[in-house]
Design a protein around this ligand. Structure first.
Ligand code: C2E
Ligand code: CA
Ligand code: CA
Ligand code: CA
Length: 274
């Protein structure tokens, strides 16, 4: 049994080495891709439930690897976070997306900021300078953060979020309900919006608890004067439920997938309200 244990250990050891080598390789490839300008931004509409109009877009990073094809940001963003690339990548995203969104009249722009970007002391001045340069109104920029940020006091989350708010920027709590959510966060931090995670939305029709949670979060948002957005809406049944609950905004494949700026411009031109 002892020998077996050791073999198992060696097996995991080898697997781990392989995983580390793979990650190093991806990290190098990511750095190269970023420097060559191979990263792209796609934009996914957020639709106002009441009017049926597209009111905002969320910028999402895309990477097509020369050999491996499309790599999910769920894979490469964590790599960028640990190797220091997330700050320059995030700056590039903000500049590109603000310049792009400035050409879409009346449309707000959502960007995701990871906790590592809050380690950048120049984050707030950089956001201010980027808005000015792109001539993009601060009120139309929304920064999406996750609960992880709020847990790390060393990042001074409250101070930074308040400084961003002072610029006029909106703050959204992303993936609500998936982390160590504390309702107290909604009270202590200056959120304008709650984004209800796809894991709850996708279970609305099959799991009564998920439906109850979505209903409660929409109610909570209403009581606190925050906008509620349901993520990952894929079916007409989910949409009907969210309409009935008076959720403010919906985002998901049922409405539109993330797409490149050219396609999104075309979509904005043909979108039918209601
Ligand atoms: P997220 O912020 O929760 O973004 C929403 C994700 O859900 C996107 O995945 C989007 O494509 C996907 N999605 C939207 N509607 C549907 C739907 O109806 N069904 C399904 N199955 N999925 C849907 P994506 O683009 O793969 O991004 C994954 C995550 O990577 C994002 O989750 C976000 O956490 C992170 N991410 C992406 N771009 C950036 C970025 O520029 N910066 C940072 N910090 N994180 C990013
Ligand atoms: Ca997001
Ligand atoms: Ca989300
Ligand atoms: Ca999510």
């Amino acid at each position: 049994a002892k020998g077996e244990g050791r073999n198992t250990y060696r097996f995991f050891d080898a697997q781990m080495n392989e995983a580390i080598a793979e990650r190093r390789e991806l990290e190098g490839d990511l750095r190269e891709a970023f420097e060559r300008g191979d990263l792209e931004l796609h934009y996914q509409p957020l639709v106002d439930v009441g009017s049926g109009t597209i009111v905002a877009v969320e910028a999402l990073m895309r990477w097509q690897h020369p050999e491996r094809g499309w790599i999910s940001p769920a894979v490469f963003i964590p790599i960028a976070e640990t190797c220091g690339l997330i700050v320059p990548m995030g700056r590039w995203l903000l500049q590109t997306a603000c310049a792009q969104a400035a050409m879409w009249p009346g449309i707000s722009l959502s960007v995701n900021l990871s906790p590592a970007q809050f380690r950048d002391r120049d984050l707030v001045p950089f956001v201010a300078a980027t808005l000015a340069e792109a001539k993009f109104p601060a009120e139309r920029l929304e920064i999406e953060i996750t609960e992880g940020l709020l847990l790390d006091a060393s990042l001074k989350p409250l101070e930074t979020l308040l400084a961003l708010k002072a610029l006029g920027v909106k703050i959204a709590m992303d993936d609500f309900g998936t982390g160590y959510s504390s309702l107290g966060y909604l009270q202590s931090f200056p959120f304008d919006k709650i984004k209800i995670d796809r894991s709850f939305v996708s279970a609305i029709e099959t799991n009564p608890s998920a439906a109850a949670i979505v209903r409660s979060v929409v109610g909570l948002g209403q009581s606190l004067g925050m906008t509620t957005t349901a993520e990952g809406v894929e079916t007409a049944g989910q949409m009907a439920f969210l309409q009935g609950e008076r959720c403010d905004q919906v985002q998901g494949y049922l409405l539109a997938k993330p797409q490149d700026p050219l396609r999104l411009t075309a979509l904005l031109g043909t979108w039918r309200d209601g």
